[in-house]
Design a binder for this molecule. Sequence first.
Ligand code: AGP
Length: 367
Amino acid sequence: YEHGQIDGRPRMYTEMLEQPASVERALRGRLDERFATAHLGGLEMDARELRAVRRVKILGCGSAYYVGQMGASLIEELARIPADAEAASEFRYRSPVIEPDTLYVAVSQSGETIDTLLAVEEVRRKGGRVIGLVNVVGSAIARACDGGIYLHAGPEIAVASTKALTTMFVGFALLALQLGRVRDLSVADGRRLVAGLQKLPAQIEQVLEGEERIAQAGTALAPAESLFFVGRVRGYPVAREGAQKFKEISYRHAEAYQMSELKHGPLALISPEVPTVAVVPDDELTDRNVAALHEIAARGGPLVVVTHAGVDLGELAAERIDVPRNERELDPLLLTVPLQLLAYHAALALGHDVDKPRNLAKSVTVE
Ligand code: AGP
């Protein structure tokens, strides 16, 4: 079970397919319908301590950092606590100010990433409180933290992380909900989120069932030497993670950009040879995003749009991938899954070994 392919399929593929089950496990026993909240016993923080948090700083590397950005949005939106994510690899090399009323969150699948571990140790040495969102039980980062949330994704072997990332998102949503409900988040909003989280496993299954269409889009993107992945606000970390996955296994240059920044530079590169994968959920920013897509189309840039049914793409000749609707705050998770499949099928079309991408290790444990 630990190594190699299963039924002739790459591990990355089977791990993507396991996501409904791993998300279900990450949620199990942690939702409280009566009080419309989450219970994360492993945090080892009571309501008074949770209420005393004035800022949240999330630290992780690579894809864990991008999911950390999604997590920061969730915490700001639901708990109204200022939150941001930073690459742990950068954080540890500057001289960060460690604040006593900031909650530091280390996020890592392996729990062994050296940059994240050293960032945790630095924060704790200076008196900060760190909790971990970690998959591997008993790993170095889990042991170094004051408390934490295990992700329960199950063993992840493929270098390109998939099922661990979706459980990280769930971990952040649970944390945001619990932080929110000891502060200003209403019962109604708490219920809305609890119900939304419960729907996720079945909705991920629905996205996976749409593989054929996503495979066609991925195969069509494979010949492009260079691509953009774009999104705005909630959609931007999704674009970053989509580009990361694409780079890792297809070896194509995939650059993530904020949709709002396109006109401040990268639009100069748009051409029929440079496709754009755009993340356009149906939310308060849809009109702005569709306007940016028109700018791309006007320059002949091919478009693949990950969106919701009902979003009017007008005359745009775009390849569209619709994901199921949930609560807006939870959209990033469902928008992330098709981008995994997209990268996977582009890499397969190029004949790459998706489980062992060149130059990469599953976890970076040495400096
Ligand atoms: C993910 O697809 C990457 N292989 C990589 O960015 C990874 O997420 C990063 O190295 C962090 O690993 P960790 O979660 O085990 O700490």
